[in-house]
Design a protein around this ligand. Structure first.
Ligand SMILES: [Mg+2]
Length: 246
């Protein structure tokens, strides 16, 4: 095991390699055809200070626009996150909130105060020829701003945002099915997801995708393959390629 990767094996889970071999019926792995990159706190680290500002704006929206009391905002957001995947989907279910009005308000922050050009990420993406897509529970406008701030917009062929996954969002299986339909390939074993959220990783794995957690926090969960920073993905992909997983 090298510094780029940690994995806690779980004998109960078949390996992706095993699945792929089984599907093919012979001992040559299929290459991954589509790479799905989450956006927020995957392409940039979680310590930029952006999330607390966005979370504060979600709270303001819920209090000022919807009249939810300050005391119940956090509890409601946690309930929505567990039940619907995001605050947005919960607010749509309970209040009929317009997605774009909500997302435009929440993301109305000076992104470039928090996110800066990332030369190492630019180099990593430039040196990697796979088909790269963004799969995010945010909307396209925010995605474009973040990608432009990082200086990586041109590396991504496609953005699949929360509106494309309507009425679902990650980690719901229907959201992944919608994304695969948009890409035009409904075989999950042709996909690899990079995401900072464990439940998204688990959901993608359960569908048959290869999935890699991107998080500086060590996660003690069986069967999760992890890198600590997005900069580490080329080294991990090389390693997985050598092992026949990719
Ligand atoms: Mg994320």
């Amino acid at each position: 095991m090298d510094r780029h990767e940690s994995i806690i094996p779980d004998a109960r889970l078949p390996t992706q390699q095993g699945k792929r071999h089984k599907r093919l019926g012979y001992n040559i792995p299929m290459p991954i055809l589509h790479y799905l990159f989450d956006l927020d706190e995957t392409l940039y680290p979680p310590d930029t200070g952006l999330w607390p500002v966005l979370a504060g704006r979600i709270n303001i929206f819920m209090q000022n626009r919807l009249g939810i009391s300050q005391e119940s905002v956090i509890e409601k957001r946690e309930f929505y996150y567990r039940t619907y995947g995001t605050s947005l989907r919960g607010l749509q279910a309970d209040f009929g909130v317009d997605a774009n009005e909500y997302l435009d308000f929440v993301h109305d922050v000076p992104i470039t105060d928090f996110i800066h050009p990332d030369l190492q990420l630019q180099k990593a993406l430039a040196g990697f020829s796979g088909e790269k897509n963004i799969l995010t529970n945010a909307n396209r406008h925010h995605t474009d701003r973040v990608l432009n701030a990082l200086g990586v917009r041109d590396f991504f062929q496609r953005i699949i945002d929360v509106n494309d996954m309507e009425p679902y969002c990650k980690p719901q299986p229907e959201a992944f099915l919608k994304a695969m339909r948009i890409i035009g390939d409904d075989d999950p074993t042709n996909y690899l997801l990079l995401d900072d959220t464990v439940r998204n990783i688990t959901a993608a794995q359960q569908m048959g995708m290869v999935a890699i957690l991107v998080s500086p926090q060590p996660i003690a969960q069986a069967g999760i393959r992890q890198i600590h920073c997005i900069h580490d993905f080329p080294a991990l992909f090389s390693k997985l390629s050598m092992e026949g997983v990719l």
